[in-house]
Design a protein around this ligand. Structure first.
Ligand SMILES: [Zn+2]
Ligand SMILES: [Zn+2]
Length: 332
């Protein structure tokens, strides 16, 4: 029926026929594109891109400056009998106070106190909050901007060989870093850092490591410091980022705006390349896996982490566009 109509129409006036067919084509194309939101038809898109439309979870972050850095130098050689060497790196003059055999329960009670009213800004404040529930205490002065190696050891006369069977009621070592100068406490958001360190002994030989690090801000709360995972195939700058040393020297910390438990330390410099395009600078942290492997351009295409295939629930940028622009201006 339509064919007969078209043939008759063509015979009657070829020009009018072409006009009718062309109009029909335009209308159909318009309808199809309109159906897909005036975007590329779905057949031409790749699957990751079509899925992306459903996900925009950008975590709101707040940047804070942490004046403290603490690491274990040579963890494999540390033990209760031989002691431990800690490397500190602080932006201001600070005090490192080491509490051996610190009560687990009292430590968490002390952190809770900090959240509510009693701010732990000095070693004395922590000791009061702990009700002196520790076995031995040592204190060292840390000069600002100097990487210092501090050797701590339990004195022989304490006769402590282990801290009992697991689960333990005492942590082997709790290291507190506080600002030495009272005026500095006004400048920084973070007033102290508590590091919980495991040191192997006779009954529990798990290798020496930092179990957790808490940053204590001026306004109360405490934040659990978390590491970011970056790919290790860094051909251009083999030295810094993947090593723990590189990570602690950068103290601009990013913190969840509303929630308290997660705080992450960005890499020293964003010189690493994106694992997908191998070109853009890595800038996005995927949560919950904390893989830091995507650039600004690639992050939108991934609903799953390209490193571990875990679904990405949220993500946040290490550096906002504004900061990047500022840095570019500085280098020009
Ligand atoms: Zn990329
Ligand atoms: Zn991952």
């Amino acid at each position: 029926m339509a064919a007969v109509f078209l043939v008759t129409l063509y015979e009657y006036s070829p020009l009018f026929y072409i006009a009718v067919v062309f109009t029909c084509f335009i209308v159909t194309t318009g309808l199809v594109l309109g159906w897909f939101g005036w975007d590329v038809p779905v057949i031409l898109r790749n699957s990751e891109e079509t899925q992306f439309k459903t996900r925009v979870f950008k975590k709101q972050m707040r940047q804070v400056k942490n004046p403290f850095g603490l690491e274990i130098a040579n963890p494999s050689s540390a033990s209760i009998s031989t002691g431990i060497t800690l490397t500190t790196d602080c932006l201001e003059d600070s005090l490192l106070t080491c509490y051996w055999g610190c009560s687990v329960q009292k430590l968490y009670e002390a952190l809770q106190k900090h959240v509510y009213c009693f701010r732990i800004s000095t070693p004395q404040a922590l000791e009061d909050a702990l009700y002196s529930e520790y076995l031995h205490r040592e204190q060292y002065f840390i000069k600002k901007d100097s990487k210092e190696e501090i050797y701590c050891q339990l004195p022989k006369d304490t006769n402590i060989e282990d801290f009992g069977t697991v689960p333990r009621s005492r942590y082997p070592l709790v290291a507190l870093l506080t600002l030495a100068d009272e005026d500095d406490r006004e400048i920084y958001d973070i007033i102290s850092m508590v590091s919980v360190i495991h040191i192997p002994d006779k009954t529990y030989k798990l290798s020496c490591r930092i179990l957790c690090q808490y940053l204590l801000p001026t306004q109360g709360q405490f934040h659990d410091l978390k590491q970011l995972f970056m790919s290790a195939n860094n051909n251009a700058t083999p030295s810094s980022n993947s090593s723990p040393e590189g990570e602690s020297t950068d103290r601009s910390l990013l913190e969840k705006a509303g929630l308290s438990e997660s705080e992450v330390e960005p890499p020293e410099e964003s010189s690493k390349d994106c694992v997908v395009c191998q070109n853009g600078t890595v800038n996005w942290v995927l949560l919950p896996c904390r893989h830091t492997c995507l650039c600004d351009g690639c992050v939108r295409y991934f609903q799953r982490c390209p490193m571990c295939r875990q679904f990405v629930q949220e993500s946040f940028a290490l550096r906002s566009q504004k900061e990047q622009d500022k840095d570019k201006l500085k280098t020009l």
